[in-house]
Design a protein around this ligand. Structure first.
Ligand SMILES: Nc1ncnc2c1ncn2[C@@H]1O[C@H](COP(=O)(O)OP(=O)(O)O)[C@@H](O)[C@H]1O
Ligand SMILES: [Mg+2]
Length: 312
């Protein structure tokens, strides 16, 4: 009897696994990495940040690259986004080898299909929330009025309609990241890359930001590739790719049907706790990680320069 039960369980697991494989093979591969390597040279030292990595990202999925600091996640993300060049191997995005494109074409490709969310937000400090969100649309030559309308709509969606005239410094970290998300999604990109998007936020705000990203992507069936070191955040993803020492060590699917039930229960408990205690609303960690800011900002500035070049 017991054996029969075990056999049934194994058969069921195999069936589910082969169904998943079948499902994946039918799905459109929006990003394909084949034997990708990235070697940095520091004087005489060679650092292999990404070491012969191959995997696929499917259209419409929320995929997470999970790993400890220094494991090569950001490098991998930057390679996929065409911000850095591969040392060897191939990255095919929407059927095109992005490293065969010249700078102009790559910049246009990014502008058309990609959105970015950064850990340190990378908003332009001299601009208002509204202007920051309008920014990607300027390069897409969206007319003035339409641009403003789209940015406003987006800011409403992220719950910031009462902060449109605020500059980044006049907002909390969570609010700045909401602006960052509005900016990433405003042009309706097919793929959004997010590198530690909640790295500078407290846990409550992180949850809100994660739900926002997840919700946005679901509505428009966008593909999300997110980098994190946090196991908890990886639970939001459909699929988790574990990275260690520049290599992929596992790829797992998350079962959201079960997680949803658990999270509903947790939400209920949290709600009860909230009602019973006179909880203070927690503040964001607002003194933004200054060390981190400059590197990401440089990347973003470069991106802007590239976009400008593409603009002619
Ligand atoms: N521009 C660079 N020059 C030299 N080494 C780098 C550079 N960028 C990253 N690295 C090294 O590559 C490895 C992976 O870094 P990174 O991709 O930033 O990891 P993670 O994002 O997982 O923390 C680290 O050892 C890091 O020191
Ligand atoms: Mg990183």
């Amino acid at each position: 009897m017991q054996v029969e039960k075990e056999v049934k369980t194994v058969l069921k697991k195999e069936k589910v696994s082969s169904e998943k494989k079948e499902k994946n093979s039918e799905r459109e591969k929006i990003i394909v990495l084949k034997g990708v390597k990235k070697v940095y040279r520091m004087g005489t030292e060679r650092i292999c940040a990404v070491d012969d990595v191959s995997f696929e990202i499917y259209k419409g999925e929320f995929c997470c690259l999970l790993g400890t600091s220094g494991s090569g996640k950001s490098t991998l993300l930057n390679l996929m986004a065409g911000i850095e060049k591969v040392s060897s191997g191939q990255i095919i995005m929407k059927g095109k080898n992005i490293h065969h494109m010249n700078e102009n074409r790559l910049a246009k490709f990014r502008q058309k299909y990609l959105g970015f969310v950064f850990q340190s937000y990378n908003l332009l400090n001299s601009m208002t929330a509204l202007e920051n969100v309008e920014f990607p649309l300027v390069f897409k030559r969206v007319p003035n009025k339409k641009r403003r309308r789209m940015a406003l709509e987006m800011l409403k969606k992220v719950g910031l309609e009462d902060r449109i005239k605020h500059k980044p410094k006049e907002m909390s970290g969570g609010q700045q990241q909401r602006v960052g998300i509005a900016r990433a999604f405003v042009a309706n990109p097919e793929i959004v890359f997010a590198d530690e998007p909640t790295g500078n936020l407290d846990s409550k705000t992180s949850k809100e930001v994660m739900e926002l990203i997840q919700g946005m992507a679901r509505v428009n069936k966008q593909t999300i590739v997110m980098v994190t070191h946090d196991n908890k955040l990886a639970e939001y993803a459909d699929r988790v790719i574990r990275v260690f020492d520049g290599k992929i060590i596992s790829i797992e699917e998350n079962d959201h049907s079960q997680k949803k039930e658990e999270s509903d229960v947790n939400d209920e408990i949290a709600q009860v706790n909230k009602e019973t205690s006179n909880e203070e609303t927690s503040n964001d960690i607002n003194n933004n990680d200054i060390n981190n800011k400059d590197t990401n900002k440089e990347e973003f500035t470069e991106e802007v320069i590239n976009l400008k070049k593409a603009e002619g």
